[in-house]
Design a protein around this ligand. Sequence first.
Ligand code: ADP
Length: 271
Amino acid sequence: MSAAVSGQAAGTPPAAVPFYAPVGDEVALFEHAFRNRLPLLLKGPTGCGKTRFVAHMAARLGRRLYTVACHDDLTAADLTGRYLLKGGDTVWVDGPLTRAVREGAICYLDEVVEARKDVTVVLHPLTDDRRVLPLERTGELLEAPPGFMLVVSYNPGYQNVLKGLKPSTRQRFLALDFGFPPPDAETAIVSQESGLPRDRCVPLVRLAGALRDLKGQDLEEGVSTRLLVYCATLIAGGMKPAQAIRAAMIEPLSDEPDVKQALLRVAEITL
Ligand code: ADP
């Protein structure tokens, strides 16, 4: 099983810093964590800007970024590496975490609680003052250089008792609570990302707020900033708002006809 990895081009720091609108003191906290060689945990719902924030910070700090979308089949070997057969030879191939440690890059493990339990075993020695990655298979003990940083995220909303991060793991990280941006900030973000004028984004953000208030009743998750950007992008591209709202802000939230009807009613009242 291979990990889903996206790394920016090797060798040079990323050229452009991706747009990220700060909503609090998260930029300063990240910089302090990086300078003090401390790992960081980002908590928050899906689509609220965690991945964008990490990409922005990596570029700002001139570090390469390895992003791994964790899933329930992801094992420690997917992160550290494994021996592979290449042209009759068996060669060791570094996984994304090992590459990040060797290169002094930032490694971002998105939805880390989804991964298999053996992943925590490799994370523990990297997240205390040892900052080492033992590679049992090759016999190496890699010391993380100052440029290495581990960032993990998880969505507390999804977790059940079994899947939550164990205190022994979470207490190794500085933590940052990510929520959806406040309405003014979210309007600016949606407008910037979609190209739709701000005044036309205002009602969409208001609707997102109303739909988020329903979370926990019939909905597991409220509308994400990502979905709002999709909706505004469709409208900016010429789609009728009612159609765009249905496709981007109603249908993705539920499969239940009754719930969808209720959401549509909320949309009619709010807009
Ligand atoms: P997460 O990692 O939390 O699931 P993302 O970082 O992928 O979410 O955010 C989804 C989208 O929302 C981004 O692609 C971006 O368009 C937008 N977004 C959310 N918050 C911000 C922000 N503070 N600044 C800029 N864009 C944002």
